[in-house]
Write a protein that binds this ligand. Structure first.
Ligand code: TMP
Length: 219
């Protein structure tokens, strides 16, 4: 399959439940705005109006939902989100900062739900026409710690036993090991400030390279 990349900078955040993604994305967004960027902040599932309806179905739908049905709903959300929001933003040269992408499907549906990681990856490349992020932060957290951090009522996925979440974590670490250029593993047990410092360092380097590439003397 042809992998179609785009200008702009595509950054995704991955990690288990309560790994601090939301807080870090907010801080990253603020920092980018201070540096003069107008980042597009988005999420899966639920980054579009259609996606919000799909998110509700996925997270609070019937308890007996089949894993293939669950994956299909994530794929529907993702296909629409990429086609209508993410790819256009990247083509316009924007920095896109996204909470979860297809690595979540590989870890949760491919590994933990046992649908097969290679198959889930292929289906995702089809759904997104091969759009792969340039930077993926893995906020690595032990499921036991994430259980302690979690607040409020659980959704269908959060309700899964510890073993499920251990499989998710293990798969994420395997994905990161297989693509060390794209993935940056960050220990989510550190302080919020320490995590954010690492994130900013990685993004600064990527933006520096882009600026060099796009600098007027090279055009
Ligand atoms: P969130 O609470 O981080 O927004 O994510 C919603 C839940 O959906 C979370 O438990 C992870 C799960 N999920 C998958 O199982 N597969 C996916 O492809 C995505 C994007 C999320």
């Amino acid at each position: 399959m042809e992998l179609r990349q785009a200008p702009g900078l595509y950054i995704t955040f991955e990690g288990g439940e309560a790994s601090g993604k939301t807080t870090q994305i907010e801080l990253t967004s603020k920092w980018l705005v201070e540096r003069g960027y107008t980042p597009v902040i988005t999420r899966e599932p639920g980054g579009t109006e259609l996606g919000k309806k799909l998110r509700e179905l996925i997270l609070h739908g019937p308890k007996d939902m089949d894993p293939r049905c669950e994956l299909s709903l994530y794929l529907a959300d993702r296909a629409y989100h990429v086609a209508r929001k993410v790819r256009p933003a990247l083509e316009a040269g924007k920095v896109v900062v996204q909470d979860r992408y297809f690595d979540s499907s590989i870890a949760y549906q491919g590994a933990a739900r046992k649908l097969g990681t290679a198959e889930v990856r292929e289906l995702n490349l089809w759904a997104t026409q091969g759009l792969i992020p340039e930077i993926t932060f893995l906020l690595d957290i032990e499921p036991k710690l994430s259980m302690r951090r979690r607040q409020g009522a659980s959704d269908r996925i959060e309700e899964e036993p510890n073993d499920f979440h251990l499989k998710v974590r293990e798969q994420y670490l395997q994905l990161a090991a297989a693509e060390p250029n794209r993935f940056h593993i960050i220990d989510a047990g550190q302080s919020i400030a320490q995590v954010q410092t690492e994130i900013q360092r990685v993004i600064s380097t990527a933006l520096g390279k882009k600026e060099a590439y796009l600098s007027p003397e090279k055009l």
